[in-house]
Ligand binder design. Structure first.
Ligand SMILES: Nc1ncnc2c1ncn2[C@@H]1O[C@H](COP(=O)(O)OP(=O)(O)OP(=O)(O)O)[C@@H](O)[C@H]1O
Ligand SMILES: [Mg+2]
Length: 227
């Protein structure tokens, strides 16, 4: 479970400062599914980075299961990230010279998983996103939707408890978008993940049980009774 208390993030460039997060209080229970939306520049990606320990807040605390991520050393934070948190981004961020299977395997290297086991688990993860027939393909030999499936398999192969996605369908056409959302929702249900997704897509937001809107670094939370 996440407990965010009074989280601020101030970016400074020369004389300019931007308060990307301005006192965010938010609790996210295990297995929760949360959508973050709001205008461009509102602080969505910044909030996701705080949840993922990719960056540290300027003030306040970001507790994951009772540990304040802001207080961890870089080495311990890297450990938490590689064990517990999966990321999916808008641009799939695959390594172009590695096959689908090798891309997925990279997530297991920091965990010290042996080569044979890595190959087996990567193949299994790719099968679970419907890409069992494409293990040896390079990213350039896959469609956009397929590349995003590889990125999802890479995020989930380590069996994280949290999945963070920043506009995962932003670069995809409408039908591929629906397909990727089905994959993500299926995995969320199957694995009991805590799933936080940034999206501009209001159709997706209407389907989420809880929606956080962030404007100028301040959040409002809405429960969707029907979702
Ligand atoms: N590294 C940085 N240095 C300085 N300012 C930054 C940095 N990263 C983000 N910002 C600023 O912080 C604010 C919030 O940015 P953020 O990326 O969180 O917005 P966002 O809601 O994700 O927007 P978008 O929908 O366009 O992705 C913006 O005003 C942005 O210019
Ligand atoms: Mg963003």
């Amino acid at each position: 479970m996440y407990v965010l208390t009074g989280v601020t993030k101030r970016y400074t460039r020369g004389k300019d400062t931007v308060d990307a997060l301005d006192g965010v209080d938010l609790t996210i229970a295990d297995g929760d599914r949360l959508v973050i939306q709001g205008p461009t520049g509102g602080g969505k990606s910044t909030l996701l980075q705080m949840l993922g320990g990719l960056d540290k807040p300027s003030g306040g605390s970001v507790e994951l299961d009772g540990t304040d991520l802001a207080g961890l050393s870089e080495a311990r934070l890297t450990r938490v990230r590689s064990e517990s948190i999966g990321f999916v981004f808008q641009s799939f961020n695959l390594i172009p010279t590695l096959s689908a299977q090798e891309n997925v395997e990279t997530a297991l290297v920091p965990l010290g998983v042996k080569a044979g086991e890595r190959r087996r688990r990567a193949a299994e993860a790719l099968e679970s996103v419907g890409l069992g027939e494409r293990l040896g393909h390079l990213p350039a030999e896959l469609s956009g939707g397929q590349q995003q499936r590889v990125a999802i398999a890479r995020a989930l192969v380590k069996r994280p408890k949290v999945l963070l996605a920043d506009e995962p369908t932003g670069n995809l056409d409408e039908s591929t978008r629906d397909e990727i959302m089905e994959v993500l929702e299926g995995l969320w249900k199957e694995h009991g993940l805590t799933f936080v997704m940034v999206t501009h897509d209001s159709t997706l937001a209407r389907k989420a049980p809880r929606v956080v809107t962030i404007r100028k670094g301040r959040i409002t939370v809405k429960e969707n009774a029907g979702a």
